[in-house]
Ligand binder design. Structure first.
Ligand code: DLL
Length: 437
């Protein structure tokens, strides 16, 4: 299948006409086919037949993750189950999982969205696309797979894990595009180095399409250096499709939204008010072509902004800024709001420490405590107690200055923080475990 780059260069007026036509159909389809939406719209006094402009979406009520959970498993499907060809699910570690259904056309749309990322990486049928996002109910593996097939690449459906085999295949087959989480890409690079392989020299990678979790600019720079390729950030979520809702082009200056398939708004998470382009807030998405599991004004909880100005690549689809956190990521430490990305920003100013960290939340008596476990770089002499203590103190002071909250820093040896094959687990909340037991 040819990748439709023309639609990405459509004049805005024409694109917005296309969006409006699709939006009208989506809200009516939801109203007519999903009892949940009929009740929701009626209660909010929103008439789906009255949508005349794109801004009219602002009259519609929001949908939340809880609504999806309450309707588990198939309550929000708009088509008969016989038309649903595939199911994916969010991991559900924080509660009941949410379910997405795909018709044959939904799968094709998904493939096209991910294939755009391959196109952004200048991918062609000459490329070998190495996929180590997990296959299964998680959307990463199969989303990348459909994208690679749609882009006409040779596809290596490796799935996650078995890192040494991944490295051997990558080296011997000459994989050129790597699709996995950024933390797993780093783990692959580090493991190769440990095996005596220089990935920058011995791999043939040109591009990495990495997402599913936040990663900083420094982390990206380190990956690009170790693997000698270019990293493009890809965003998506199970509730609206999976990977491919927004992807960075070669310019690495924000992620182009697939605006022909999704209508995006940024809202103030407190008031629900829509914010203008350029202002940071919560991303809200409405699917425009989803047949089986459409969503209207879904609150993603992801924090970003719509970038102003045009992208150098000339594509007209709007871009969102790289995501560094979610509204529900926010830690409240003794009354102070802290995002893990703020801790990361401080950490990155210390060359002695690596990118691997974990934030451990606990309580002693009634007091919340936070310990930041940080790996030192392999060239840091870990056995010199006084040097360790000095550095711990220095980082802790810098965190106190930046965040106005006391965080205990515990330096740990290289490789001691568990590596994940999928999304890295950065926050360990021992308070939850205590409450559960
Ligand atoms: O993580 C879909 C995906 C797979 C995206 C592979 C990219 C690549 P979920 O498991 O439902 O779906 O998790 C969705 O992950 O709401 C964000 O909070 C986070 N997330 C996804 N992509 C990014 C990214 C997949 N590029 C949730 N940067 C979303 C930061 C991301 N966070």
């Amino acid at each position: 299948m040819a990748i439709n780059d023309e639609v990405l260069r459509m004049p805005r007026e024409q694109l917005e006409e296309l969006q409006l036509e699709r939006l009208k159909k989506t809200v009516v389809d939801c109203y007519e086919n999903i009892p949940f939406y009929k009740d929701l719209f009626d209660e909010a006094g929103f008439n789906p037949y009255d949508v005349k402009t794109l801004d009219d979406i602002q009259k519609a009520p929001f949908t939340t993750k809880q609504d999806l959970r309450d309707n588990y498993p198939f309550g929000l499907f708009a088509t008969p189950l016989s038309e649903v060809k595939e199911i994916h699910m969010s991991s559900g570690t924080m509660g009941v999982a949410t379910v997405g259904g795909y018709t044959q056309r939904d799968l094709e749309t998904w493939g096209e969205c991910f294939a755009r990322g391959i196109k952004f990486a200048n991918g062609t049928p000459e490329d070998i696309c190495h996929i180590c996002y997990g296959y299964g109910l998680f959307t990463g593996g199969l989303g990348a797979h459909y994208g690679s097939i749609a882009a006409g690449c040779m596809t290596l459906p490796m799935s996650a894990g078995n890192t040494k085999r991944q490295i051997n295949v990558m080296r011997t087959m000459g994989s050129t595009i790597l699709c996995c989480t950024p933390s797993y890409a780093m783990h692959l690079a580090d493991t190769a180095i440990e095996m005596g392989i220089d990935p920058a020299e011995e791999f043939s990678l040109r591009a990495g399409i990495h997402g599913a979790e936040p990663f900083s600019d420094n982390f990206r720079a380190e990956l690009e250096k170790k693997l000698n390729y270019r990293v493009l950030d890809i965003y998506g979520l199970t509730e609206t499709m999976g990977p491919g809702v927004a992807i960075e082009c070669w310019e690495q200056d924000g992620l182009h939204l697939a605006e022909d398939f999704f209508l995006a708004e940024i809202i103030d998470p407190e008031t629900g008010k829509v914010l203008p382009d350029g202002e940071w807030g919560e991303l809200v998405l409405t699917t425009l072509c989803r047949e089986a599991s459409p969503v209207v004004r879904y609150r993603t909880r992801d924090i970003t902004c719509i970038k102003t100005g045009e992208c150098k690549c000339g594509r007209t689809h709007k871009r969102i800024a790289r995501l560094h956190g979610r509204t529900d990521d926010m830690l409240i430490i003794r009354g102070v709001n802290v995002f893990p990305s703020q801790i990361e920003n401080v950490m990155e100013t210390f060359p002695e420490v690596a990118s691997w960290y974990q934030i451990e939340l606990d309580t002693i008596g009634s007091l919340d405590t936070v310990t930041l476990k940080l790996e030192v770089n392999p060239d840091f002499t870990f056995d010199e107690i006084s040097a360790i203590e000095r550095l711990q103190k220095k980082i802790s002071t810098r965190l106190q200055e930046a965040l106005q909250v006391g965080i205990k820093v515990q330096l740990v040896e290289p490789k001691s923080i568990p590596r994940s094959e999928g999304k890295a687990k950065r926050v360990i909340d021992l308070r939850t475990y205590k409450n559960m037991s």
